[in-house]
Structures are given as structure tokens and as C-alpha cells.
Design a protein around this ligand. Structure first.
Ligand code: PFF
Length: 452
């Protein structure tokens, strides 16, 4: 039953691993992981995060890839086709819809943050951080986010970049972008950790990340750790599903998923190790919020030999990491518009980009002109980030797991995973049938009780 995707196929298994890692590794690892870790007190949060990646994230990733590869269409159509094939309710296609909604919403604020990153390439290049104090580095960030016109310009540039790549299609667009950039980013992060080891308070940083203090952990912290696992692995909204739909039938889903999960986690930990020693060395607070890396890393670049060069390189690579993630946020929507509305890729990408661009304006204004308007204490930006990462992605993930574990037949998933009927297959099935749904429900309920 070999279905073919009308959108093309990756040229090799390795190309899929690179593209999916490109999707997973992004602002979530380098911008979001350190700042949510800082807001949640460090070690205990990191431990819960790692558990979520291993016990919930990886099994859901395998489920997403296998569903995508079996359906070989956009998430909405894949869900409908597979539900039909398994004789289950066609309502499952709404799961694809929820993913699309989440995708637009994530892309809208993601692009704003990617815009900060673009802006920083030029700030570092201009050498304004040379020997700068922590206070003046922070002022540069505060000035940037207080200026809606500048934010809008960078947000626009980034969305145009993402839309252009997606409009070029699977092979010529997506694949090329990731081949060199991912390894380069990894190397540069190692250099940064090396600097933090020599110049910062490295042991303090290590302790902060790896010494769990459970008194620091709240119900919200657990929810955020889980949300961060989904966000960082790009799970729960169809991005990995659509990438799976371009994967050859011979590739091992387990090997590829584990490789992606390990690389993603390594990058997040490296980012933490590069940042926290510098936070402590300058007597700063880990709870720096979304501006954390923008207020910390330039201090280091301003002091290290060749800092201007390394600083520009780092932010350029971060832009690329964000870029390869943003294209995976657009891809499911674009594939669907091509399949169902007969649009060509260029038009579909332009329309999708426009919606995300408009939504993003809400996020960027909430940093300045609308900063006083809050719902449940969150600005528009904070609210969209919370609703998508912490609620919609885990919810989407659990439903994907439930579909693979309870709605698809044992035979279908066994065929797709290619593990036979041994321990590994049964462990996976147990995780998606029981551990994932129970775990996610408990965390969500626990958080809700926190509200009352
Ligand atoms: N995983 C990306 C990151 O860590 O930056 C963000 C992301 C991409 C989330 C794609 C969700 C997604 F579907």
C-alpha cells in the first residue's frame, strides 16, 4: 500500500533527520529553554523537562512520523485518510485543524523573536557591546522592544524569508537550508560553552541546571516543562507529521526520532551551559524573562577576543535555526492549501505568511503600545505563547498518541515502525496508550487546580 506524497520526498533518510532537527532546533532551545528554566528555578525544572522529552516527547514523535508517513498528505488529510482506513470517526481530521491554528499562532510570535535575533546581528556587527556593562546591554534590548516600527520591519523580513523557502518546495527549499547550518550552530555553541567555562562561574551554572531543588518546582513549572518539551521537539501540531510524510518507507522511524530528540536536547543543554555561568558571573538574575539571552550573551561577546566576529556569527546561525523551524510551521498549512484548494505553492505560502504576519503585529504591539492590556496577567504575546506551547501542543500531542495507540490497529503501527512485536514495540505502544495520556492529563488538571 505505497502511497506517494504529491509534494515530493526527502532525498535520503539523513535529509529527513537534518530537516526535522532543523525544525526542532531553534529559538525554543536557545531563547526559550534558558529563560523558562530561569523562571522556574533551574535543576528540578530541567529534570522534569528531560523526563518529558524521554517518556512523552519521543513516543509522540514516533507516532507523528508514522502517521505522517502512512498518510503522506497534509495533517488534516492524513488524519482523515487514516481514520477512514481504520474505520474510525472522521472527526479526527479536526486534530489537523487544531495543529494549523497552533502553527499560525506560534509562527506569529516566533517571527517577532526571530526579528530580535536579526536585529542583533547588526548590533553586534556595529561593535556597540564592546566592554559594555550589563546595564547598558539590557538597555539596548529594552529600546529595541519599545520600538514597534523596528520590530515590525524585522518581523516582516523574517516572515518573507520563511515564506520564500517554503514556496520553493521540499527538496530545493527546505533541504538545502539545513545541511551546513545545523552543524555550524552546534560548533559555535560549543565554543560559547568553552568561553563560559573559562570566564563565567561555570560550577554555579552547572549546579543551577543539574542540582534539582524541588521546593522551586510548582504545578505551573511542571506544565511549562512539558510544554517546552513539545515546543522544542516541534510536536503536537503536524510539523513533524508533514516532514514524516516526505520520508522514505525504508527509513527507521525509531532511529531517526531518537537522533532528533538527542540532538535537540543537547543543543538546549549547551545553550543553558553557555548562558547561566555568565548570568552568575555578572551577579544577574536567572529570571530575566524573554529578553534573557539578548541581555546576557552580548556581555560575553563584548569581552571575549574576537567577540564581534563570534557574536555576529552566533546570531546569524540563530537566525538560520529559527528559519528552519519557521518553515516547518508553515509547511503543513501550505501543503493543505495545495492539496485542497489547488493553489500553487507560491500563492499558498504567500497567503499563509500574510496571516501569520498580521497576527504577529498583535504580539509586537503587546511589547510596547499594548503592554498594559493583559488577560490573566499575560500580554497578548505571553497569552499566545502560553496557549500554544503549554496547552495546544500537549493536547495535540496526546491526541496524536491516542490515535496511534488506540485508533490505529496494532498491525498498522507495527508495520510502520518496523520493530517486529518485541519489547521495543510494546514499550512504545504502552507509552502512547497509557503514559502519555495519563501524564498529560494529570499535568493539565494539576495546573487547573492551581487556578482556583
Ligand atoms: N521546535 C522549534 C524550536 O524549538 O524553536 C519551534 C517549533 C517549530 C515549534 C515547529 C513547533 C513546531 F511545529
Amino acid at each position: 500500500m505505497a502511497r506517494k506524497s504529491i509534494h515530493g520526498q526527502w532525498s535520503s533518510r539523513w535529509a529527513f533527520v537534518l530537516a526535522a532537527t532543523g525544525s526542532a532546533v531553534g529559538l525554543g532551545n536557545i531563547w526559550r529553554f534558558p529563560y523558562v528554566t530561569g523562571e522556574n528555578g533551574g535543576g528540578a525544572f530541567v529534570l522534569v523537562y528531560l523526563l518529558c522529552v524521554a517518556l512523552i516527547g519521543l513516543p509522540v514523535m514516533m507516532a507523528e512520523v508514522l502517521i505522517g508517513r502512512r498518510g503522506r498528505q497534509s495533517p488534516m488529510n492524513t488524519m482523515r485518510t487514516l481514520a477512514e482506513e481504520e474505520g474510525k470517526s472522521l472527526h479526527w481530521r479536526f486534530l489537523g485543524w487544531m495543529g494549523v491554528l497552533a502553527g499560525f499562532a506560534i509562527l506569529s510570535f516566533y517571527s517577532v523573536v526571530a526579528g530580535w535575533t536579526l536585529a542583533y546581528v547588526f548590533r553586534l556587527g556595529a561593535g556597540i557591546f564592546e566592554s559594555a556593562s550589563a546595564v547598558s546591554v539590557a538597555i539596548v534590548f529594552d529600546q529595541l522592544v519599545a520600538d514597534p516600527e523596528r520590530l515590525l520591519a524585522w518581523h516582516t523580513v523574517f516572515l518573507v524569508m520563511s515564506t520564500v523557502v517554503v514556496s520553493r518546495g521540499v527538496k530545493s527549499g527546505l533541504e538545502k537550508a539545513v545541511r551546513i547550518l545545523m552543524p555550524a550552530l552546534f560548533l559555535l555553541l560549543v565554543v560559547m560553552v568553552g568561553y563560559a567555562m573559562g570566564q563565567g562561574m561555570f560550577t554555579e551554572g552547572l549546579k543551577y541546571l543539574f542540582e534539582p531543588d524541588f521546593s522551586e518546582l510548582t504545578a505551573s513549572g511542571v506544565l511549562e516543562a512539558m510544554g517546552q518539551a513539545f515546543f522544542s521537539l516541534s510536536l503536537g501540531m503536524g510539523a513533524i507529521m508533514i516532514y514524516g510524510s516526505y520520508l522514505s518507507s525504508h527509513a527507521s522511524i525509531v532511529h531517526t526520532s531518537v537522533t532528533i530528540g538527542v540532538m535537540d536536547t543537547l543543543v538546549a543543554i549547551l545553550a543553558g551551559l553557555a548562558i547561566f555561568p555568565i548570568v552568575f558571573a555578572f551577579g544577574l538574575e536567572p529570571q530575566g524573562g524573554p529578553g534573557l539571552i539578548f541581555k546576557i550573551l552580548p556581555i560575553a561577546f563584548g569581552r571575549m577576543p574576537g567577540g564581534e566576529f563570534f557574536g555576529v556569527l552566533f546570531f546569524v546561525l540563530l537566525v538560520f535555526a529559527a528559519w528552519t523551524s519557521a518553515i516547518s510551521l508553515l509547511e503543513p498549512i501550505v501543503a493543505w492549501m495545495v492539496e485542497n484548494h489547488g493553489l500553487n505553492r507560491v500563492k499558498a505560502s504567500a497567503y499563509a505568511g500574510m496571516v501569520a504576519w498580521l497576527l504577529g503585529i498583535g504580539s509586537l504591539l503587546s511589547l510596547n503600545a499594548w503592554s498594559d492590556y493583559t488577560v490573566f496577567g499575560r500580554t497578548f504575546f505571553g497569552l499566545v505563547e502560553f496557549l500554544t506551547a503549554d496547552i495546544m501542543l500537549p493536547l495535540g500531542g496526546v491526541l496524536i498518541g491516542v490515535f496511534a495507540g488506540w485508533q490505529m490497529s496494532r498491525q498498522s503501527t507495527m508495520d510502520e515502525l518496523g520493530l517486529g512485536d518485541g519489547f521495543l514495540y510494546n514499550a512504545w505502544r504502552f507509552l502512547v496508550r497509557y503514559v502519555t495520556p495519563v501524564g498529560i492529563t494529570l499535568v493539565l488538571l494539576n495546573k487547573m487546580s492551581d487556578l482556583f
